[in-house]
Design a binder for this molecule. Structure first.
Ligand code: NAD
Length: 314
């Protein structure tokens, strides 16, 4: 599908809005960032410029100077969306905050503009209830942090979302270098956050039960499953884990031994206070006072190298 590289509004200029803004500007879109105050927008614009420079320095984008000139800011939501092809909402994670933003974007944006939400797990079917004019152009486009570097975007249409909206959003996401997946059915948390939270609960529980330290849980994921998952997902990984019998052998013969592991795994939905305290203490000990900016820079440098290796030519 041909992509119209028009103007994109990034509504909410926090961590995720900044990542979106940097990526769209670098890929040739005019970007307007909107937030509640000029102070917030000033800080956000500085971060966006730094992301753009980083992407250009690491060879993940060129045209640095024109990208920097494509960023505008405003506190006025109506002004932000009035002439866009796409508005991406990245405000606080609650229906109470997102619904009025969608209702207002729907009133002010051109009829054909796509209205996307970065929500980590809320459902578009619910958000759409607040959208009076054109709910069919609303869709979830859930990125992963840092949004300017991690390729995945999960497209989760609501009950009223049109097929055309899904296709147009998919095309724009591919145009900016994202790797889109489309949910066939809505599920809170979509695909990747559901998988992620299953692992996270077990990670918290292993530390809470005294099986391992925070540092060793992180090391085990990084040095084991994590490094494989960067190349192939769980299905293909297990296909190779079945030896010459592949996935069928693994499912029918080896799989059964996992029942006793599953029986002893965490089942809670509210994180126990003891697990919260141990997680905070363990992370603080592991980090040893290193500032967040230093950790982010360390992560982003490695992410950029991995991206070049694994996703440059998809
Ligand atoms: N942080 C993550 O790792 C992550 C990853 C993927 C998706 N998300 C989702 O993206 C969204 C934003 O998350 P974040 O981490 O960037 O949050 P954040 O707190 O860093 O930023 C939210 C921004 O929205 C602004 N805001 C709040 N209400 C607003 C309104 N009515 N109009 C305009 N701006 C408003 C705030 O001032 C703030 O700058 C959430 O829905 C979150 O679930 C977060």
């Amino acid at each position: 599908m041909a992509v119209e590289r028009g103007k994109v509004a990034c509504i909410g200029s926090g961590l995720i809005g900044q990542g979106w803004a940097a990526l769209f500007a670098l890929k040739g879109y005019e970007v307007v960032m909107q937030d509640l105050s000029d102070e917030v927008l000033e800080r956000a614009a500085a971060r966006v410029r730094s992301h753009i420079r980083f992407l250009a320095d690491t060879g993940l984008g060129d045209d640095l100077n024109s990208a920097l000139g494509r960023i505008e800011t405003t506190t006025d939501l109506v002004e932000a969306v009035e002439d866009v092809v796409l508005a991406v909402e990245s405000v606080y994670e609650s229906y109470e905050v997102k619904k009025p933003v969608f209702a207002e974007m729907d009133q002010a944006a051109p009829e054909d503009a796509i209205l996307a939400s970065s929500t980590s797990g809320l459902l578009m079917t619910e958000i759409q209830k607040a959208v009076g004019l054109h709910p069919e152009r609303c869709i979830v486009a859930h990125p992963w942090n840092p949004a300017h570097l991690v390729p995945l975007v999960e497209l989760a249409p609501g009950e009223l979302t049109s097929r055309r909206t899904v296709e147009r959003t998919y095309a724009i996401m591919e145009d900016i270098g994202k790797v889109p997946v489309v949910l066939k059915k809505e599920a809170p948390g979509f695909i990747a956050n559901r998988l992620s939270v299953a692992l996270w609960r077990e990670a918290l529980d292993l530390v809470d039960k005294g099986v391992a330290s925070v540092e060793d849980v992180d090391k085990a994921v990084r040095a084991g499953p994590g490094i494989r998952w960067a190349i192939m997902g769980p299905y293909l990984t297990y296909h190779l884990g079945g030896g010459t019998g592949g996935i069928e052998y693994l499912m029918r013969h080896i799989g059964a031994s996992k029942a006793s592991w599953l029986e002893t795994m965490a089942k809670w939905t509210d994180t126990p206070e003891s697990a919260i305290e141990k997680a905070i203490d363990g992370v603080n000990e592991m980090v040893g006072g290193r500032p967040l900016e230093e950790l982010e820079a360390w992560r982003d440098e490695r992410l950029a190298k991995l991206l070049g290796l694994l996703w440059k030519n998809k």
